[in-house]
Design a protein around this ligand. Sequence first.
Ligand code: NAG
Ligand code: NAG
Ligand code: NAG
Length: 388
Amino acid sequence: MTAFRSSVPCRQRKYIISAVLIIGCFGFFLVVQQTANSAEDYEKEYPLQLENEVLKICNENNIDYRKSLYTSALYDTTDEPSTTQRNHHHHQQQQELQMQLPLSNGTEPMIYFVTPTYPRREQIPEIIRLGQTLMHVPRLHWIVADDTDSCSDTLNRHIRKFGIPYTQIASPMPELYRARKNAPRGVANRRAALNWIRQNQKKAGVLYFGDDDNTFDLKLFSEIRTTRKVSMFPVGLIGDYGISTPIVRNGRVEAFFDSWPAKRKWPVDMAGFAVSLGYLALSPNATMPFKAGYEEDEFLKSIGLKMDDIEPKAHNCTEILVWHTQTKSSKSPTVRISMDRQKLDKLNLGALLHQLESMGVNHISNTVGTIAQAIVNGNVKPLSVWFS
Ligand SMILES: *[C@@H]1O[C@H](CO)[C@@H](O)[C@H](O)[C@H]1NC(C)=O
Ligand SMILES: *[C@@H]1O[C@H](CO)[C@@H](O)[C@H](O)[C@H]1NC(C)=O
Ligand SMILES: *[C@@H]1O[C@H](CO)[C@@H](O)[C@H](O)[C@H]1NC(C)=O
């Protein structure tokens, strides 16, 4: 924190509305002055009333190109010979499939699924996995807010291909927070998504914060879609209990089970609740503070949540429909290739390595890193030896 303080130049990126940030920096400076440099910093800091500075819409698609997924045609195709027996079996299977795949008549409340993401080598694989889950969810608008200054074309290409209505936003974390030991990741992104919802006057539907490193059971979506105010449900793989969940008795939420109480009024995971937009609209000042660990709690306080407003979902919170899977993150390796780029491009490796580099999975260098070698009949030699 000391090192940070000397380097806290309130240096803003040019598109950030500077006045707001200067006030924010100044406010933060005061907070820094007042709090001791200890591990408890983040428990003591109070949320700053920084208005959302950045709402940079990169790409948007409001048309659902996935409709074919929900037509019965999907289930009718079979290349097997049809006998009465098979038809019976086929019919049964079809019914089971339809129970799993949520069908839509096109009038259900929209789900606004907000995914904060940030550039790292696992970003694109995570987005592909999540996109393939969301492909099965009708009436869903995917808001992907990236922690970057500029719009990522690579990210857009991978979102667009699913055919899901989406909005891609570039919403960088303000520099003053980025330098913190316990940086509040994903907050600028979720705030940007909240701004998008307000600016677009979305007052019907359901808001859900779904991170890119979670696993979602398709049933979750039909559960949260009927949220009247705020719904809550268990999240697996959280903390020292392996779960974070409301405690439900007689169909009512009475308490919470979470291994990190931390004086939170609403000790829940970000993926453990959904909010109806009608209810959210009643709190025009609703926001999420840049306060690591307290984002859920402060957000739910800011919408004036009361215990009686909470609807337990997932069969009175007895089912786990969302998991905080997390993907282990590791550093991008550098691959050393001293070969001419044009020669490399004559091999498939040129295209492959270029793609990986654009996704941040690895770096290519001609001077440092792990030497790129090829194996021919068990003989290992640098690529340049075999393919120059
Ligand atoms: C569409 O389905 C929902 C339940 O999934 C139902 O409540 C609604 O009445 C249906 N609307 C129409 C127009 O069929
Ligand atoms: C939840 O519990 C209440 C009270 O016991 C019961 O009436 C309700 O049917 C339960 N809900 C589900 C989905 O099982
Ligand atoms: C929102 O904040 C403004 C300014 O602080 C305040 O005047 C207003 O009463 C607040 N509105 C609600 C609904 O809390």
